[in-house]
Design a protein around this ligand. Structure first.
Ligand SMILES: Cc1ncc(COP(=O)(O)O)c(C=O)c1O
Length: 384
């Protein structure tokens, strides 16, 4: 889809710069084509748009922008991130196996365990930050590796290039959930991934106001298979929500930079406190995944998980924040604090959660674009 050599800030604003739908009026903003269906010029003729479940001009403009940002050839916009992952899972059938990171967004684990496995596809969870662990899980029926990097919420980092090399030797697909960094900081297709998925609800949207999901590919044959599932399952993004996403993405680059700058300042604050027992942020040189991050990303993002000395203190922080909202989700301009053990990962069995460190002392921050000093002041008061 990339038809030019524009740099990331420009692509965020202009998409792939081929969005010339409205030459008639010269509208600078992409129009919202609130139409379920489109007239055929004649028998066996199409304008390229027939029915909005299959194609819609506003959504196409968004899809071109996201494809350009990820350096893919094709993007598909879904109603949610979960719908995007569920569509990808339909690429596999009875007897197939998928190796998946054992630290994933809890909703994806729930989908894999309760829907994908019910459909006859087995999921083998592994520590995908360790390539040896992936290799050990490969069987003749393995068809794909599904990773999040950095992962939610433990910030494990997987080496996309290394996993891609291993996967392709055995003709497995590598699927990367790129929600946490967005294409501004990480472009998995450039590193060897076959499919990128997003919860577009997060950084791509950026305003905590619209749900969406994306799948992006480079390979035309794979794109065709996904297009078939897309039109058949019908979890497409509505025209107005597509427009909101286009508007959100215009400031993606600016937001990512500011959010990261704030995240570093908040890490310094957290690291200075004796009642904070661990800080998980992949931009800290002491973090396990730092060397891989330096190699495969252009930034570290703004997601921080941290462990405090007691469950009581965690509860006090959640009750005490005023500027920061205690809410699920991430990636928006407003800073949010989440309690993974009772929110995002509540459906993961407790023993598994505990084994991974997702316990009642762990909190997760999605740092927004406010002034860092105000955020730190809010946290300081909440810690009391
Ligand atoms: C990494 C990741 N992937 C996928 C999803 C699912 O996205 P959505 O909530 O848009 O359905 C989430 C949601 O939190 C997520 O954090």
């Amino acid at each position: 889809m990339k038809t030019n050599n524009f740099k990331p800030h420009t692509v965020c604003v202009h998409g792939d710069a081929t969005n010339a739908f409205d030459e008639r009026t010269g509208s600078v903003s992409v129009p919202i084509y609130q139409s379920a269906t489109f007239k055929h010029p004649g028998l066996y003729q199409s304008t390229g748009f027939d029915y909005s479940r299959m194609q819609n001009p506003t959504r196409l403009s968004l899809e071109k922008t996201v494809a350009a940002l990820e350096n893919g050839t094709e993007a598909f916009a879904y109603s949610t991130g979960m719908a995007a992952v569920a569509n990808i899972a339909e690429l596999f059938g009875i007897g197939d196996r998928i190796i998946a990171s054992n630290d994933l967004y809890g909703g994806v684990i729930r989908l894999f365990r309760n829907v994908t496995e019910k459909n006859g596809v087995a999921i083998d969870f592994a520590d995908t930050s360790d390539i040896g662990e992936i290799a050990k899980k490969i069987t003749p029926n393995t068809k794909a590796v599904f990773i999040e990097t950095p992962s939610n919420p433990m910030m494990d980092v997987a080496d996309i290039k290394e996993i891609g090399l291993l996967a392709h030797k055995l003709k497995l697909l590598l699927i990367v959930d790129n929600t946490f960094l967005s294409p501004y900081f990480q472009q998995p297709l450039n590193q060897g991934a076959d499919i990128v998925v997003h919860s577009g609800t997060k950084f791509l949207c950026g305003h905590n106001d619209t749900l969406s999901g994306f799948v992006i590919v480079k390979d035309a044959a794979l794109g065709e298979k996904i297009r078939f599932l897309y039109k058949t399952i019908g979890a497409c993004l509505a025209p107005f929500d597509s427009w909101l996403m286009i508007r959100g993405i215009k400031t993606l680059a600016l937001r990512m930079e500011k959010q990261q700058e704030n995240a570093f300042k908040i890490c310094d604050f957290l690291l200075s406190r004796s009642d904070v027992k661990k800080v998980l942020y992949p931009g800290l040189p002491s973090s396990k995944g730092y060397a891989i991050m330096k190699k495969q990303t252009t930034g570290f993002g703004s997601m921080i998980s941290f462990g405090v000395e007691s469950a009581d203190l965690a509860a006090r922080i959640l009750a005490g924040v005023k500027l920061i909202s205690f809410a699920e989700s991430l990636g928006g301009v407003e800073t949010l604090i989440t309690y993974p053990t009772v929110q995002t990962h509540a459906d993961v069995p407790i023993a598994e959660r505990e084994a991974r460190g997702i316990n009642d002392k762990l909190l997760r921050l999605s740092v927004g674009i406010e002034d860092a000093e105000d955020l730190i002041e809010d946290l300081k008061k909440a810690f009391k």
